[in-house]
Design a protein around this ligand. Structure first.
Ligand code: TRP
Length: 425
């Protein structure tokens, strides 16, 4: 069986936080170590332009996210790691797919609908106020990201599942209209990593402003952890680990055995201060190595750029092959291109010449078969004629013989008569 392809992208509008690490980057890197998968990971910087019109922020985020993947140990020989805007095949495919996507499908996209709803709630007369075509058709760009590489599995957050379904719809429409070239992707949602809480206990997310940036300095990390909400239970009072953000975060990093031990500590009334200190020390020990590497990479962006360009080359070798097929299927072709169908119809014509020859031979055979009895009759008659001739010849010979004998007899009689006569004379 051929390898499955796993693909995911991160929009370059922010600085990676612990939620991105646990929910997306860490599991993706793990999957890329599995030889049973092909993996494609990319910086979705075209997507950044949809939401963010601050160029410095987009550029800085792109640097930070690139360096983060590498600092966390992504092996770019195993995974194809690239920047979306280095792959010109993606916007081209986006256009071809745009022409196959019904506007109604885009009207139903959550991100667009949320903006329309916000305008309605704000009492705006124009419900599309402030909504760009980029936001409106964003699911098509995302479909192109995925379909470009015939990806099978797309690890995403719940909020992105609809986009994967739209990618399937769009691929299905293309395949039906032209040729079945595009593989239908599947979303993979890891329920566990949906639960990574932020500082306030809600899901860790940029939009809630409750994140812990991944590579902050240790004292800043500790300061943020100290901000995590707890209740007023004092030291020694049993605490419910399942209601504690501290415990939930701890368990995202620790082994099952360590987690069980921490659970026990909670039930035995660990002081909040100690729980925070434990969490800080654990996270810091996991992240201190990658943090150092991250700093080195951010000070050597020429190297990171090189890694990305190499990745783009790898990605483009796949993308350009696929795009070529898509172009041809949809009619974008060199003027001299001959479709396989046209090719076979020429072959058919050639074949029919051969076939004509065969038919002619058959026709002749059929005539021969009808003729044969007549020919046989002629032959029989000829045989009889020959036989009769032979009989006639034999009779003639017999008659000749008889005639000869009679002549001989007459001659003999004559001779005898002459002898007798000569005696008398
Ligand atoms: N839209 C995704 C997000 O905001 C990022 C993204 C862009 C993506 N293209 C993708 C994710 C393709 C998976 C596959 O999270």
């Amino acid at each position: 069986m051929s390898k499955k392809t796993i693909l995911t992208g991160i929009t370059t509008t922010g600085i990676p936080h612990i939620g991105n690490y646990l929910g997306a980057i860490k599991p993706a890197i793990q999957a890329s170590e599995d030889p049973g998968f092909n993996s494609f990971f990319f910086l979705a910087d075209y997507h950044a332009l949809i939401k963010c019109h601050d160029p410095e922020r987009v550029a800085e985020s792109t640097r930070a996210i690139a360096a983060t993947w590498l600092a966390l140990g992504l092996d770019t020989d195993k995974a194809t790691f690239y920047r979306q805007t280095d792959i010109p095949e993606i916007p081209e495919l986006t256009w071809i797919l745009t022409c196959q996507t019904s506007k109604g499908l885009m009207n139903r996209a959550h991100a667009y609908k949320a903006s329309v709803d916000a305008n309605r709630d704000a009492g705006k007369e124009d419900l599309d106020d402030g909504i760009t075509m980029g936001l409106f058709s964003y699911p098509i760009l995302m479909a192109a990201d995925i379909l470009m590489f015939n990806a099978d599995i797309i690890p995403v957050g719940k909020d992105q599942v609809q986009h994967i379904e739209m990618a399937r719809d769009i691929a299905g429409r293309f395949n039906h209209q032209f040729e079945p070239l595009l593989r239908l992707p599947e979303a993979q949602v890891d329920e566990e990593t949906q639960l990574i809480p932020g500082l306030d206990g809600r899901k860790m997310s940029k939009s809630y402003d409750n994140t812990i940036p991944l590579f902050v300095e240790p004292d800043e990390l500790y300061r943020l952890i100290k901000l995590i909400k707890t209740d007023s239970k004092g030291p020694g009072e049993p605490k419910d680990p399942d209601l504690s953000t501290l415990f939930q975060l701890y368990r995202c990093f620790a082994t099952p055995a360590e987690t069980a031990q921490m659970r026990k500590a909670f039930e035995e009334g660990i002081a909040w201060g100690d729980a925070k200190k434990n969490l800080f020390e654990y996270i810091d020990s996991v992240l201190s190595g990658p943090r150092l590497r991250y700093k080195e990479l951010m000070a050597d962006l020429g190297y990171v750029e090189e890694v990305l360009l190499k990745g783009a080359e790898k990605a483009r070798s796949v993308a350009s092959d696929n795009l070529q097929k898509v172009r041809i299927a949809s009619g974008i072709r060199p003027l001299t291109y001959v479709t396989p169908q046209q090719q076979t119809s020429v072959e058919k014509k050639e074949k029919s010449a051969e076939e004509l020859e065969r038919m002619e031979a058959g026709r002749q055979r059929a005539i021969l078969m009808k003729l044969q009895p007549l020919l046989d009759q002629v032959a029989q008659a000829e045989d009889k004629e020959a036989e009769a001739k032979a009989v006639l010849l034999a009779k003639q010979a017999e008659v000749e013989g008889l005639k000869k004998k009679a002549r001989q007899k007459a001659q003999n009689e004559l001779d005898l008569l002459q002898q007798e006569l000569s005696q008398w004379l």
